[in-house]
Structures are given as C-alpha cells and as structure tokens.
Ligand binder design. Structure first.
Ligand code: CMC
Length: 468
C-alpha cells in the first residue's frame, strides 16, 4: 500500500482505538430483538425516542459513539472499504463479491454519464439556484428521463392505493394510544398490502438507487461548474466514484490522498439511522410515491442548517472568526445569547461523533499541503477546545460530523455551496437502502399531533370581527 494511504489507515485505526477506550465504561447494547408491535416507548418533542420501524440497515449508539452499517463498524469500513462497496452493502444488504462489485461500479459509472439530464438542467436558471435546489430539480429530470413514472398510464389508480386513510381514526384529540388506534394497528395485516397488488418492485428499486447515487454526484458537480461559468465534465472510466466526483467538480485528477479522503468522507456520510432527511424520504416513500420523489424529500430536509446545512454554517463561522485569538470572546457571546455553535451537539451522540473523530485528523493531514487553509484549521481547533470547555462535560456536547467536513471539502478545492450537496451525494445510499427495506412491509407513516386548541367557536362574519 502507498505510504500516504497507509498513514490514513493508521489515523483511522488510532481514532477507533481512542473511541473504544473513551467509551469503555458505557454498557454494551443488548443484542437487538425483533419487536412485537405495537411497541411502547417514551416520545419527546421532535419525535425523540419514537421507534418508527425495524431496520437492519444501520445502527447508531449515542453513548458508545458507535455507527454501524449492516453489522460493520464505521471505523473498519472507513479504514478498509470504498464508497462503491459501502453503497452496495447498504442497498443490497451484503458485501459484494469482486464480480458483483465490478458490475455495480460499471453501473454507477454509466449512470454518472447523464448528458441529457445535464443538458436539460442547463435550460433552467441553475446559475441562480443553490446546488441543493438544483439537485431537487435534477432528481425530477432524472425521474422523467429514465422512468415512465410521469406518464399517465403509470399513475396508481385509487383502486391500487392501499386504503390507509387514518384521518378516519379518532386519534387527534386523544393524547394516549386509544383502543381504536391500537385495534387498527393490529388488524391491518401487512399481507393485506400485498393483496392490493402494489408490491414494491425491489429489482427496480435497486436499479433506481444506483441511478440516484450516480446522478446526485453528477448533477452537483455539473451545477457547481455552471456556477463558475465552466462547462460540466464527463466522468472518466478509469477513475473511482470518489476520484470522478473530485474530477467532475475541479477538472483535476486528484492525488491518491485526496481521492482516499473523499472516499472516506462519502463512506462516513452514507447512513445515519432515522435522521430527519432519512425519515422525510421514508415518509414520502410510505405513501407509495416513487423513489425519485422520496429522495427529493430527503434532499429538501438535508438542506436545513440544523441538519446537512450545518457544515456550510461551520465554515462561515470559521471564516468570520479568521484566527484562534477571536474564538473565546465569540463563543462566550454566542452562549450568553443562548445561540448555537454549528458543528456541535447531536440528538443521538452523547459521546464524540465517530465521523468527526475520523474527519478531524484527516483534515489536519490534507491541510498540511494547503498553507492558505492552515489558519482556518487552527481556528477550528481552538473553537473545539474553547466550546468543549464552556459546554462542560455534563452536557455531553461534542463536535459532530459537520464540524470538520467543510474543512476537508475546502482542502479538496470545493466551494462552500458544495458541502451540503456532497452530504446528499453520499447519504442517498442510506436513503435508498432504507426505502427499499421499509417497502417490503410498507405502512404509511401517520403520527399524531396533540390538539391543544379550542372547540365550539362560533363563526363571526368578517365585517363583524373585532380583533384585539
Ligand atoms: N451550541 C450550543 N448549545 C447547544 C448546541 C450547540 N451546537 N447543541 C446543543 N446545545 C445545548 C442546547 O442549547 C440545549 O441546552 P439547554 O438544555 O441549556 O437548553 C441542550 O444542548 C440540548 O440541545 P437541543 O437543541 O435540545 O438538542 P437537540 O437534540 O434537539 O438538537 C442539534 C440537536 C444537532 C439540532 C443541536 O445540537 C444543534 O442545533 N447543533 C448545531 C447544528 C448542527 O451542528 N447540526 C448538525 C447535526 S449533525 C449532522 C446532521 O444530522 O446533519
């Protein structure tokens, strides 16, 4: 192995050992059991704690700082695997044999050559759109271009649709699971979905996943070039998915270190439990809307600053701070005003995010070759030190994946506007895997809202209304 690549592997294995040591006192999780539905769980605001489904795709343990894809620890995958292999693992549910991986890579490469979609895209004002916005549009164009889903004959009929209109259930005003709701839950057997003749086409789903994985990279790269008044580039057959992504964005064949760092970043972002964008994707899929529409919902959810958008926010903060000296007063002011510091905290992790544990030292490694980014990296290190000291150990707030990913992308030569799209270009594998899995036993998602409003108000004609 090339010594640079060996250094990267050593960094990851060292991070894995540190993670294991630091969380050794946390108890090992119990082996998961199959759930017996309906299930009891305590639910907090934002559905915190709610269990929405069973899954074999991936697992996050916030106390141990574990991230697992299909049984494989993220540190192992980052140290030894590639994005193509990990994407296959997630969506097919097993590690590929060499021949299967080659076929999958060829499929991804062929789908990445989306000349007609890119041509169509260029007829829209993408130069004025954010890349996340252009990705939403690109997914729609891919849908029309490669499927018959927009043709009238392909629309589901009302006869086909699963009768799941849960608005008929008297749930909204009952704060606790009502007998009626439980009864409905038990009697609606999963088999009845299948009888309706609308079984999910798994083979088609796997193919669409490959199309979307390739397509999101291609569209993000093409639009980023259009934003710089450059023409989109076609991928090169000799390059890996990660190397092609860098090439299609920058026009430069990456060094082995850059390629590997990109590959690892794609691996780290590929899946992460029932996060907001994955849930959004699954909610749309559960209505039997197709995968393109579902992934479009995932892209939308990911764009927000509390989710994927945080990596752009982090780099903006670092640029604003500009040097380590300005960090402490800024953190104090921010916290005294109850402001958040982007790139810190996580709904699930109450230990150091394993992805940040890998991306931090990788950013340090790659930035050694980029003198122009070294002050920014030093600022980030100071921000981590100061913020952690101010949060204190009892709050268990640590840097998350978004804290260092922006620095990694900046060192690869990507503009800030590409950071969240890169997250999407990777996470699309997890979104797809979870949709394919969920559709095998689909049930439309329908939580309740607790109505705390009034009843029996009298309608007053507009001319007689007096508002305070
Ligand atoms: N800066 C300052 N305080 C924080 C932060 C932060 N980044 N994160 C959490 N806290 C505090 C928060 O103020 C609250 O304190 P108190 O109990 O005194 O009111 C406590 O920690 C709990 O925070 P929360 O917002 O209720 O936690 P949550 O689980 O609802 O939110 C989060 C998780 C990720 C939205 C939040 O930590 C946050 O807004 N972080 C900054 C944005 C960010 O980095 N997002 C990326 C998340 S990781 C990648 C991804 O999923 O896309």
């Amino acid at each position: 192995m090339n010594t640079d690549l060996k250094t990267i592997q050593d960094i990851i294995l060292k991070a894995a050992a540190a993670a294991k040591e630091e969380t050794a006192s946390e108890p090992e999780p119990e082996r998961p059991k199959k759930a017996k539905w309906p299930i009891s769980c305590t639910v907090g605001p934002g559905l915190e704690g709610a269990i929405a489904c069973e899954s074999k795709v991936g697992y996050v343990n916030g106390a141990k700082g574990w991230l697992v894809y299909r049984g494989y620890d993220i540190f192992q995958l980052a140290a030894h695997s590639t994005y193509e292999e990990v994407a296959y693992l997630l969506i097919y549910g097993k590690m590929p044999r060499a021949d299967e991986l080659n076929i999958f890579k060829e499929k991804l490469f062929n789908y990445t050559r989306m000349n007609s979609v890119v041509r169509h895209l260029m007829t829209f004002p993408v130069e004025r759109m954010s890349i996340m916005g252009a990705l939403r549009l690109g997914v729609n164009l891919m849908r029309t271009e490669y499927s018959d889903l927009d043709m009238k004959t392909a629309l589901p009929t009302s006869f086909d649709a699963i009768s799941a209109d849960e608005d008929t259930i008297d749930m909204e005003t009952q704060p606790h699971v009502s007998k009626h709701a439980t009864y409905e839950f038990k009697t609606k057997s999963r088999k009845s979905n299948q009888k309706s003749g609308r079984e999910f086409d798994r083979t088609g789903g796997l193919e669409t996943s490959a199309h979307l994985i390739a397509g999101l990279s291609c569209v993000a790269a093409a639009v980023s070039r259009i934003h710089k008044d450059m023409l989109p580039l076609e991928p090169k057959p000799a390059l890996s998915h990660a190397a092609n992504l860098i090439y299609m964005i920058t026009g430069r064949i990456p060094t082995p270190i850059e390629e590997r760092v990109m590959d690892i970043s794609l691996i780290l972002h590929a899946d992460h439990g029932m996060n907001a964008s994955t849930f959004a994707t699954m909610v749309v899929a559960s209505t039997l809307a197709d995968m393109y529409f579902s992934i479009g919902a995932g892209i939308s959810a990911l764009s927000g600053p509390l989710h994927g958008g945080a990596n752009e926010e982090v780099i903006r903060t670092l640029r604003k701070l500009a040097s380590p000296q300005t960090v402490a007063p800024w953190v104090d002011k921010q916290l005294s005003q109850k402001g958040k510091i982007s790139g810190f905290g996580h709904r699930v992790y109450k230990a150091y995010d394993p992805r940040a544990r890998i991306l931090g030292p990788l950013a340090a490694l790659i930035i050694r070759q980029k003198p122009e980014l070294q002050e920014l990296y030093a600022t980030a290190q100071e921000l981590e030190k100061v913020a952690m000291s101010r949060f204190g150990s009892e709050k268990k707030i640590f840097p998350n994946v978004d804290f260092y990913s922006g620095l990694v992308y900046a060192s690869l030569g990507f503009d800030d506007e590409l950071f969240t799209p890169m997250f999407a270009a990777s996470r699309v594998a997890g979104w797809s895997a979870r949709v394919i899995e969920y559709m095998e036993h689909n049930r439309i998602f329908r939580p309740r809202g607790l109505y705390i409003g009034e009843f029996n108000k009298t309608y007053v004609p507009i001319e007689k209304r007096r508002h305070s």
